[in-house]
Design a protein around this ligand. Structure first.
Ligand code: SF4
Length: 476
């Protein structure tokens, strides 16, 4: 079977103007604020006259959605997407939004997550003669929805119900159709964030609340979560919400709170910034150390370092400075690029670290190579001791729900014991938060979080041969 390019970490947005003003610029701004969720491709799809028109390209929002592109769109309802692919060679065809057109309807959809049973669904649809032009779960989802739409006599809500019952995995989705309707759907476990709100005369759906804040500027905006299992329909200014799928539990991705989401976002009622600060406090309670200063790894460890400092009473200081024009290392597609970027990215503030015993706080250790470089950097800057504290517990399992993780073999916590890792990164001590500290810090009950990459217990509805799925997703 052909290996599939699928894993992605994405951001979605949908905007509908009640006063029928053009929304291209609003989509652009919202996507721009979600750029941290995907940097390899961007696109928008809008209702233009009676047609759903799409524009997408490889690269950053600012490079793809130029002023010429934006001014060619006049529609008052549309969706947008930013994408990150784990494998090199991402193509335009695999970027989103994905459009389906036939003589009876047209729509475009974009989603964040991974449809974990897409192989099964694709095989089933291929048996019935359906042709696929990409190897993505996005195409499977779009074509499944189109098939269900025809079977339901063009009733979008019924088609969503049918589709929701057939798919498994993580799915935070937006859809615009040729009737000018905007839909949003979130899977019943609620893996990925999705919110809905009003900004002046706009109804906005977005992966994160920061996108709504950006559109509001200094004006007021109201927002709340698209609840797990909920379908939102926006049409002519009205917003209808209906639960179409249910689950006995929730599985919000803990990593959104720990690292992915922007700290100024609120994910299902919880401030991401405050969650990170509490994670730092939990670390300080559980894993104290004698030290002179708490230093964050910028920017990912900042809120947790502040929490550690507040809880321990040890002063906080910025001992590392970041070159803001270099992207985040975790989402660089190759190890080579990641390593190159790390050395360009950080410099030490000698005056803060020289002769000091340092507590170095970061959100997570995935491969361990970045941490090793940072510890070395601090020592070269004159640090006397370096005690590493990590707000996320050891990551030992792959993610099949839409997050790019390295192969299992690259996960350092799988291959090294704590004492070995401490030695490897050349720290004086190293401690991870434990799962209880993580759950307490986030502030949600354990059965409302996905912790699968920490525990290996996957909260999916169906059971999978993970070895096969992992191979298919090119994880090994
Ligand atoms: S496995 Fe980890 S990264 Fe993936 S959804 Fe669950 S918590 Fe998030």
């Amino acid at each position: 079977m052909v290996a599939l390019k699928l894993l992605e970490k994405c951001g979605v947005v949908g905007v509908s103007s009640i006063s029928k003003e053009g929304v291209a610029e609003h989509l652009y701004k919202a996507l721009y604020s979600l750029q941290h969720r995907g940097q390899e491709a961007a696109g928008i799809a809008m209702l233009e006259g009676r047609d759903v028109r799409v524009y997408k390209g490889l690269g950053l929002v600012v490079n793809v959605l130029t002023s010429d592109v934006l001014s060619s769109f006049k529609g008052c309802v549309g969706i947008g997407h930013v994408r990150y692919s784990t494998t090199p060679g991402v193509t335009i065809e695999e970027a989103q939004p994905f459009v389906v057109k036939n003589p009876r309807f047209s729509f475009a959809l974009a989603f964040n997550g991974t449809i974990t049973n897409f192989l099964e669904l694709r095989e089933e649809m291929a048996r019935r003669g359906m042709v696929f032009t990409t190897r993505t779960d996005t195409e499977v989802l779009a074509k499944l929805f189109a098939k269900n739409l025809l079977e339901c006599g063009m009733d979008y809500v019924e088609a969503f119900k049918l589709t929701a019952a057939e798919i498994d995995g993580a799915c935070s989705l937006v859809l615009v159709n040729d009737e000018g309707e905007l839909y949003a759907y979130r899977d019943p476990l609620g893996f990925k964030p999705l919110c809905v709100g009003r900004v002046n005369d706009l109804v906005v759906i977005a992966s994160e609340t920061c996108a709504l804040d950006v559109l509001a500027g200094l004006d007021d905006c109201e927002y709340g979560a698209v609840n797990p299992g909920e379908l939102v329909r926006v049409c002519e200014g009205s917003v209808e919400r209906v639960r179409i799928a249910s689950s006995p539990r929730r599985a919000r991705c803990m990593f959104e709170y720990v690292y992915f989401a922007r700290p100024d976002s609120v994910f299902d009622g919880i401030s991401v910034y405050r969650a990170r600060e509490r994670l730092g406090r939990e670390l300080a309670r559980r894993f104290p150390a004698d030290a002179d200063v708490v230093v964050p790894v910028p920017d990912s460890g900042r809120a947790a370092a502040l929490g550690y400092s507040l809880e321990s009473g040890i002063p906080f200081a910025e001992g590392l400075m970041k070159n803001r024009y270099v992207g985040r290392t975790f989402i660089m597609p190759s190890q080579e690029l990641r390593e190159e970027m790390t050395s360009l990215k950080l410099n030490v503030v000698r005056d803060v670290v020289e002769g000091k015993r340092i507590i170095l706080v970061d959100d997570s250790i995935v491969r361990g190579t970045t941490m090793k470089r940072i510890v070395r950097l601090l020592r070269r800057g004159g640090a006397r001791e370096v005690h590493v504290r990590v707000s996320c517990p050891p990551i030992i399992s792959a993610c099949y729900m839409g997050i790019d993780f390295p192969t299992k073999r690259e996960l350092i916590a799988r291959i090294m014991r704590l004492d070995e890792l401490t030695k490897y990164v050349e720290a004086d001590s190293l401690q991870y938060n434990d799962v209880d500290g993580l759950v307490t810090g986030i502030g949600l009950p354990k059965n409302e979080l996905c912790l699968a990459c920490l525990t290996g217990e996957y909260p999916l509805a169906k059971s999978y041969e993970f070895e096969l799925l992992e191979r298919e997703l090119r994880k090994e």
